[in-house]
Design a protein around this ligand. Structure first.
Ligand code: SF4
Length: 181
């Protein structure tokens, strides 16, 4: 298990990183990292919510999930989950950047207007309705239902379904993106 010690004035000063296969896809070549930090992350979430685009934020839990580049980041309690990682080195690099970002937002919080707006992830059936529903398996999952669940969990991206990238699915793809997926 990795361990990194950082400057003690920051919100997150240390973490441990665990890798695992997505639960819906054991043995997958892509990995998910669970980064257990030494900080309670709830207080930084309204500031992150003000800065990230299309994030899902639920202050009642609290939890925040957002997508950036090829990855989805999910914060809850003291843990950051990150999807779509090639290997441990890749995970360490992406985790370090995410922690730097969170620490940076925390350090600038007196200049950021916190955003307490609740935005919760779409429902499974609403996502499924926007998928091709052919269960072709090209995404590496056995069904569109499994793909819908993995989208909501942040373990897959819409681009992982090649059928969605075809011209006739443009409208569905746009709707899924508007849902923040
Ligand atoms: S590739 Fe797309 S259409 Fe095929 S099973 Fe996966 S989600 Fe469904």
């Amino acid at each position: 298990m990795g361990n990194d010690k950082m400057n003690h004035s920051k919100l997150i000063n240390g973490y441990e990183l665990e890798m695992f296969s997505p639960p819906c896809d054991p043995g997958s070549p892509v990995w998910v990292a669970r980064v257990k930090t030494d900080a309670i992350l709830g207080p930084v979430m309204p500031y992150l919510n003000a800065e990230v685009k299309n994030g899902f934020y639920d202050p009642r839990i609290p939890t925040i999930v957002w997508r950036e580049g090829a990855h989805k980041f999910a914060l809850r309690d003291s843990t950051i989950s990150i999807n779509n990682l090639k290997d441990r080195n890749h995970a360490e690099r992406v985790a370090k950047k995410a922690i730097e970002r969170i620490n940076d937002v925390w350090e600038r919080r007196d200049k950021i207007t916190p955003d307490q707006t609740t935005r919760i992830p779409p429902k499974l059936l609403d996502v499924l309705r926007m998928l091709p529903r052919t269960n072709c398996g090209k995404c590496g999952l056995p069904s569109c239902m499994a793909f819908a669940a993995s989208l909501i969990e942040g373990e897959r991206c819409v681009e992982d379904c090649p059928v969605l990238l075809e011209d006739e699915m443009t409208e569905n793809l746009r709707n899924l993106r508007e849902m923040g997926l």
